[in-house]
Structure formats: structure tokens, C-alpha cells
Design a protein around this ligand. Sequence first.
Ligand SMILES: [Zn+2]
Length: 141
Amino acid sequence: MNGFDSSSSPRLPRGLTVPDLKAALEAHRPYGLDCKCGRPINSDADWAGHVDGVIAGLPGVAVTQLPEAQADPEYGDPYWPVELEGETYPGKLRIDYGYRSGPRIALIGIPTPLRVADVPNLTAALLSAAAAVVLSEGETR
Ligand SMILES: [Zn+2]
């Protein structure tokens, strides 16, 4: 479970729904020695590359590796480092639980306006931090 399916994180915005993904994968399932779409499959690696291409080719989809939280050596709380172009030190995301309305994500050392080149790293870190909040809320229910 990655914290982003429809049953565990209904509040996270998403462009691709689980039914969209299921429909795409059903159209590209193994069918004999070929894919259901008619493409021949020559090896496990070929199959993996085909399915990866199908997922990455879905409209509005970006495939990324979400970063893991790191433990702050001084305070022990988790944070997500964000590598920034041209900056010596990474920015950080921290979860701030001090709000009555619920947890918020603080951006530390991340300049705005944001460089376009820094958007992918920040976005992946935001998604990872948001998933951590959703998962921790699920553990406390
Ligand atoms: Zn296919």
C-alpha cells in the first residue's frame, strides 16, 4: 500500500482515478504470448517496459519515486529533504501538528518564487509527506 489508493487517502487530489488505471492495465494484460493490445512480448523485461510505458503514457500522469523521510539528527522528528538547483543545502519539509484544523506541511529553506527545475523534487517530497500524514491518521483511527 502506498497511501494513494482511493480507500486510504480520499482527501488527496489526483488526476488519475483507480478505475482509470485498472482500465488501462486491463487493456494491456498478457494474452497468450502477446499483450492484449497485440504487441508481442519477448521477455519479462520487455513486458515490464511495455506496462511502464502504458502507465507513464496515461494523460496527466507522472511516475516518480517518492522520497523517504529522514530523522532529524537534533530533534528526531521526520523531515523530507528537497534538493534545490544552485543551493548548497537542501530545503526541508516538516509536518506541523500544532494546528487545530489538522496537520500542515511547513516548507523550510525553500525559496519562492520556485525555480521550475525544483518543482519535481518539491512535488515528490510534498506527496510523500502528505502520504505520511494520511497513513499516520489511519493508524490512530
Ligand atoms: Zn499492451
